[in-house]
Design a binder for this molecule. Structure first.
Ligand SMILES: Nc1ncnc2c1ncn2[C@@H]1O[C@H](COP(=O)(O)OP(=O)(O)OP(=O)(O)O)[C@@H](O)[C@H]1O
Ligand SMILES: [Mg+2]
Length: 334
C-alpha cells in the first residue's frame, strides 16, 4: 500500500489526525447525519432511558471502519448527559484491567469498548454478569484456598463497537439489547457532512466539486473528511477562493483514485482475480497471498465497499469479479 492510500483508506487513525477528527465529530444526535435506522433506534432508547431514569440498555455498534461508530458513542453520552469511559479491546490484557474499569463506573456512566472483537476471550467472561446483573465475580487466591468475591456495580451501559460482529462469541453478543449495524452513507448524506466540515475548516466549495468528492468517498465520512483536507491543500496551493472541480480532479489523480472512487488496491484486487484466477472464484487466503496483504485489511477495509457496489461477488467457493468489475477495469484500460 503506498503512503497516499494509507492515509486515505487505512482504518488506523494517527494521533495528529485523531485530534482533527475529533474537531469534525458531530457533538449531538441532531448533528449526526444519515444512518437513519441506527439514529431512530438510539433516539427511542435514549428517550426511554431518560424517562425511566435508568441506564441505557447495552448497545453493540457494528460496521466498516470510519462510518461513525465511535462518534455515535460520544453523541449518545452527550445526549444522555452521561460520562463516557473509553478503552480499546486489545488494550485489556488482564481480567483485573476490566474489573478496575467496571468498579470505577458511576450510575448511568457509559463504558465504550472499541474493537471488542479483539478483546481476549478470558476477559470477556467478566462482562457476562456485569452486563446482566451489574455484578462481577473475582477469584481471590489460588488452589484450594481460593475463594470467589462478588462485587456489585452501579447500573451502567456498555457500548461496544466492532468491524467484525461475527467474531463475537454468542454469549457476549446475546447480552447486547440492541445490535445496530452501520451501512455505507448515501452520496446526499456525504454532501451534507462535507458542506458542514468545509465551513468548519474554513473553505468554500463549488457544487460540482462537492458532488465529485461525495461520489469518490466510498460512502465513508472519514474518507470524505480526509479527502476534503487534501483537496483544500490543493485549492490553497492553486490560489483559489473556493474549491473547484479541477482541484478535486487533480487531487484524485495524485491519490490514484478513479472516477468511481476506487483506489489502486481496489483495482489491484479486481485485476488479480481477473488475470491470475480467470475472474474467480478464488479463496481469500490465495487472494491475499497474491496481493501480499493481510486478510483483515482486505476483508475489513477493501472488500465491503467492492461488494456493496457490486464489483466483487462473494460465493461459497471464494471471491469473483462481477461483470461490473470486469467492465470497470476494461474501461480504464481503453
Ligand atoms: N454521521 C456522521 N455525521 C458527521 N460526521 C461523521 C458521521 N459519522 C462519522 N463522521 C466523521 O467521520 C469520522 C470517523 O468516524 P468514527 O471515528 O466515529 O468512525 P468509526 O466507525 O468509529 O471508525 P473505526 O471502525 O475505524 O473506529 C469522524 O471523526 C467524523 O468526523
Ligand atoms: Mg472508532
Amino acid at each position: 500500500m503506498n503512503t497516499e492510500e494509507a492515509r486515505l483508506l487505512s482504518p488506523q487513525v494517527n494521533s495528529l489526525e485523531s485530534k482533527s477528527e475529533q474537531s469534525l465529530r458531530p457533538k449531538k444526535l441532531s448533528e449526526f447525519i444519515g444512518q437513519k435506522p441506527v439514529v431512530s433506534n438510539i433516539e427511542v432508547m435514549i428517550h426511554s432511558a431518560l424517562k425511566r431514569s435508568s441506564a441505557l440498555d447495552h448497545v453493540l455498534l457494528s460496521g466498516p471502519p470510519g462510518l461513525g461508530k465511535t462518534s455515535l458513542a460520544y453523541v449518545i453520552a452527550h445526549n444522555l448527559g452521561s460520562n463516557i469511559h473509553c478503552i480499546s479491546g486489545p488494550a485489556l490484557e488482564k481480567k483485573g484491567d476490566l474489573a478496575a474499569l467496571l468498579t470505577n463506573l458511576s450510575a448511568r456512566d457509559i463504558l465504550f469498548i472499541d474493537e471488542i472483537h479483539r478483546m481476549p476471550i478470558a476477559i470477556e467472561e467478566i462482562l457476562y454478569s456485569a452486563m446482566e446483573d451489574y455484578r462481577i465475580d473475582i477469584v481471590i487466591g489460588q488452589g484450594a484456598s481460593s475463594r470467589t468475591m462478588s462485587i456489585n456495580l452501579e447500573p451502567f451501559t456498555l457500548i461496544a463497537a466492532t468491524t467484525r460482529p461475527g467474531m463475537l462469541s454468542n454469549p457476549l453478543r446475546d447480552r447486547f439489547i440492541a445490535h445496530l449495524h452501520f451501512d455505507f452513507y448515501e452520496e446526499r448524506d456525504l454532501k451534507i457532512i462535507l458542506k458542514h466540515n468545509a465551513i468548519k475548516v474554513g473553505i468554500a466549495l463549488d457544487d460540482d466539486a462537492l458532488d465529485m468528492m461525495a461520489k469518490c468517498s466510498r460512502g465513508t465520512p472519514r474518507i470524505a473528511n480526509r479527502l476534503l483536507r487534501r483537496v483544500r491543500d490543493f485549492s490553497i496551493y492553486n490560489d483559489r477562493n473556493a474549491i473547484c472541480l479541477e482541484d478535486v480532479n487533480e487531487t484524485l489523480l495524485m491519490l490514484q483514485i478513479d472516477q468511481a472512487g476506487l483506489d489502486r488496491m481496489d483495482r489491484k484486487i479486481l485485476n488479480v482475480i481477473l488475470d491470475y484466477y480467470g475472474g474467480g472464484p478464488v479463496g481469500i487466503e490465495a487472494l491475499c497471498a497474491t496481493l501480499s496483504e493481510d486478510r483483515e485489511t482486505i476483508e475489513d477495509v477493501y472488500e465491503p465497499y467492492l461488494l456493496k457496489e457490486g464489483y466483487l461477488i462473494r460465493t461459497p467457493r471464494g471471491r469473483e469479479c462481477s461483470t461490473r468489475g470486469r467492465e470497470h477495469i476494461l474501461r480504464l484500460q481503453n
